[in-house]
Write a protein that binds this ligand. Structure first.
Ligand code: HEM
Length: 335
């Protein structure tokens, strides 16, 4: 994977590299001992892989016109909707939306990934705290960590929700990325027309059922606004404290459109299982920032290496040509 130097806005604490190794070792050990290591180490339940179109707006604010947002343009996207380690969709947990843009000029991997959850703020401040949290969790006693981290406990509870559908949730990348010399935090805001009208999931696979109902049975289209919260300075919008709440308003950058489609086509589930999403698949102007992002670089690489070797899958990034092997786009139902 491409090497990156720290961005001028980052302040790397002493001892962080050793903490990152520790988190990586613990993540891989947990996968081997307690989970199915041929699956992702976090957010292993694939609810759907959807093709989408990501369209950069003509009205991107001047200061944000960098990298992929430097001009109006369209990208094909692969969107993976997921849930966490709890197997039942009726269990309270976090809901993931990972977007991979394809054929991105200037990106060393040819892709740009945005990985998001339906909670606005991450619950662990930095890598040193992540080691303490992971150690307590691995010992079966997360309360040991939260007893001395009350605010983090409050933030973690926001990730325990039961929802009706992935499509009417707002998602946040939670952590900053570079916007050239500046920075920002990203969000994905659903259009009101994405509303499923369903009750919260009450069955083990209720969330996949909701997606099949929306895209295949009802042949509806989902649309989102993709926005950024700009960085101001270290006091108002800290880079290294992942639990900080940034007060700057979101500005629209792009739209994501997901057309009606048959995502249940043969082979599509396996194709998605072998994809690799990481914030480090990026255009150099959008380098991930802060300790938790630096940690994710190593952890995701190792999780992906392990599952690809077990699944005998190649570690490579897809291109738009491969969309042809996915299930067909369907005609939109008449309004
Ligand atoms: C140090 C902190 C973190 C660790 C150790 C961690 C660990 C992991 C691992 C091991 C994977 C599976 C990688 C793979 O095999 O492809 C993963 C996936 C994922 N993570 Fe994280 N993660 C962290 C922070 C975050 C944050 C802050 C977010 C939310 C914005 C997030 C959201 C996700 C999502 C949605 C996926 C699934 C991506 C996909 O669909 O392929 N993670 N994480």
């Amino acid at each position: 994977m491409t090497e990156f130097k720290p961005h001028p806005l980052e302040i790397v604490p002493a001892g962080e590299a050793a903490d990152i190794e520790r988190v990586t070792e613990m993540q891989i050990a947990i996968m081997k001992q307690h989970q199915d290591p041929s699956k992702r180490g976090q957010h292993p339940k694939q609810q759907a892989l959807l093709r989408g179109v990501f369209e950069v707006s003509e009205n991107v604010p001047e200061t944000m016109r960098v990298g992929i947002f430097s001009k109006p343009q369209k990208f094909d996207a692969l969107v993976r909707m997921s849930t966490g380690l709890l197997p039942k969709d009726s269990d309270p947990q976090a809901h993931g939306c990972a977007i991979k843009l394809l054929d991105v000029p200037g990106s060393p991997t040819g892709t740009q990934d945005f990985i998001m959850l339906d909670g606005s703020t991450f619950f662990i401040r930095d890598v040193a705290d992540y080691v303490s949290f992971f150690t307590a969790t691995s010992n079966g006693c997360p309360a040991e960590f939260f007893a001395s981290h009350r605010r983090e406990f409050g933030l973690s509870s926001a990730f325990n929700v039961v929802v009706a559908s992935h499509l009417d949730r707002q998602y946040w990348a939670e952590l900053p990325i570079a916007m050239g010399e500046g920075a920002g935090r990203l969000t994905l805001i659903p259009d009101v027309s994405n509303t499923s009208g369903r009750m919260a999931a009450s069955t083990p696979d209720g969330l996949k059922d909701a997606l099949v109902d929306f895209f295949v049975t009802q042949r509806r289209e989902a649309t989102y606004t993709f926005g950024v919260q700009p960085y101001i300075d270290e006091r108002n919008t800290p880079i290294e404290d992942a639990t900080s709440v940034w007060g700057t308003p979101f500005e629209a950058l792009a739209t994501l459109t997901i057309e009606p489609q048959d995502f249940t086509a043969p082979g599509q589930y396996e194709f998605c299982e072998n994809l690799s999403y990481t914030p480090w698949h990026c255009h150099p102007d959008h380098q991930p920032l802060g300790g938790i992002q630096r940690c994710r670089k190593r952890v995701y690489e190792e999780s992906q290496k392990l599952r690809h070797s077990l699944n005998k899958a190649e570690d490579r990034e897809p291109t738009s040509d491969e969309l042809a092997c996915l299930g067909p786009v369907l005609d939109k139902a008449a309004a």
